[in-house]
Design a protein. Sequence first.
Length: 300
Amino acid sequence: MYKKLICYDDILSTLKTGKRVIYIDNSTIITPEAKEAISRFKIELRRRIMRKPIIAGNWKMHKTLKEAEELANGIRDSAGNLQDREIVLCPPFTALLTVKNAVSSSNIKVGAQDMFWEDEGAYTGEVSGKMLMDIGCEYVIIGHSERRKYFGENDQTVNKKVKKALDTGLTPIVCVGETLEEREKGITMSVVRKQVLDGLKEIEKEKAKNIVIAYEPVWAIGTGKTATPEQAQEVHAYIRKLLGEIWDNEIAENIRILYGGSIKPENIKDLMKEPDIDGGLVGGASLKADSFLKIIFYDE
Ligand code: PEP
């Protein structure tokens, strides 16, 4: 559990869940009654590492130029000056430049939904990282489950793209996550383990800190079913442990891990309370300024 104000009732709720850990940060206030209960019930206070949250909107194959501009303007007008969180808009390739121009005088960043691993050449239909950088993109989503499902992407293509994105100066948002069948078989962790280890293979430590991971259970994407905060936290903590094994704990503590899968204004707040959830990759609810803004301002 993570809260800014911890009172006696919070201790009781923590005990009910069977957990004995409470996360705190520098601004956490603990009431005297809660302090007494913490020592009586031997609850561990663990310091939450503060990573800058990212709220990214994946617009998928939606929005004409006019619609994209309107949506970007609406988000910029209300959230363009935020500094304590990063807002990333990922429109389709055709609208990238329009959206970039719309948000250019704000803090909002722009990301693509995919890229190829070569700079240029005879690769009909592809777009390179170099081209994305050229129009001011800073992020790129890689290995989204829809690309894995419909366009034959796998951990090897993901690995090539992640390496190229990092070499080009883009921040990759690397998507991993299990299908419903895999979750029901109880193999979620081994599926995610393989995706993380193979997708992030042979990346030097100095570049690794620029990676962002999105845990997106496939059964939660576009279905209206969200993982519970506990389900998501369990996988996020596991991914962070894996990152520590690949590189080291310092890198693992600094890499941001986003949750994705039917995020809505109603569920983002509880997800963001979990210590290893550092933001969200939002599909459907990012297509309207109103709902995306409610997600961006999840803590108000
Ligand atoms: C996504 O596209 O990455 C996604 C999580 O979609 P949705 O929020 O619609 O489930």
